[in-house]
Design a protein around this ligand. Sequence first.
Ligand SMILES: C[S@@+](CC[C@H](N)C(=O)[O-])C[C@H]1O[C@@H](n2cnc3c(N)ncnc32)[C@H](O)[C@@H]1O
Length: 230
Amino acid sequence: MRAVIPREVLGTAVTPDDGEIQLIRDGTGYAIYTDGQVLMPSRTHGSEEMMAKIACHHVGRVEQPRVLIGGLGMGYTLRAALDRLPPHAEVVCAELMEAIVEWHRGPLGPLANHPIEDPRVRVIVEDVTELIKRREQKYDAILLDVDNGPIPMTVAGNWWLYAKEGLSELFRSIGPGGMLIVWSAGEDERFLERMQRVGFRAECVRVAARTGRRKRRGRGYAHTLFIGRR
Ligand SMILES: C[S@@+](CC[C@H](N)C(=O)[O-])C[C@H]1O[C@@H](n2cnc3c(N)ncnc32)[C@H](O)[C@@H]1O
């Protein structure tokens, strides 16, 4: 008989859409849920780290790279970026939910070795769509992992990021030679086409969920990274 893993709710917060976001501990792991669906488990984070590795490799020759990460989640993407960026890099991390940032000062902090404490990081508690619409600055790389793919899940307003309007604005927010990466659980041909239509040289790669390596046929499950070069 399979042992029942106890689930403990460590925190609950209300999203701007009146939805619910929860931090759950199940056994030795954690998961962030939104309206009862898993948004991010702590067990697998290879593909979340891979998006940072690809972007940091791409901006490798920039002396003072500016990187925007939306959202914070468990901080694995942020940590993977910090571990590869130079000392003068600037990393803006836009997180919609104040509670997520609070949870980083508690149980989530140690998971990715306290990434929000790094002096190169500016955490902004704000909807990343609003930040992009303000066009305050250009970035060398923008990494978006706010839903489970290019379909809104956390809040309805995230649709903008995946539509022509948002993608065009993202294109304008990235400096020449820069890169956009959008994390997704699955493939989406039409989203890829939309990225290409607004000007990105876009491709989609399948990455092993656990290790973050390029997916090999039939081995474990995979996630998708939509990569757009400007
Ligand atoms: C899947 S998690 C990110 C996981 C992260 N890549 C990691 O490695 O842990 C999604 C995060 O995006 C945040 N989020 C969702 N919509 C957002 C938005 N419009 N602006 C900023 N953050 C958002 C959620 O609150 C959540 O913290």
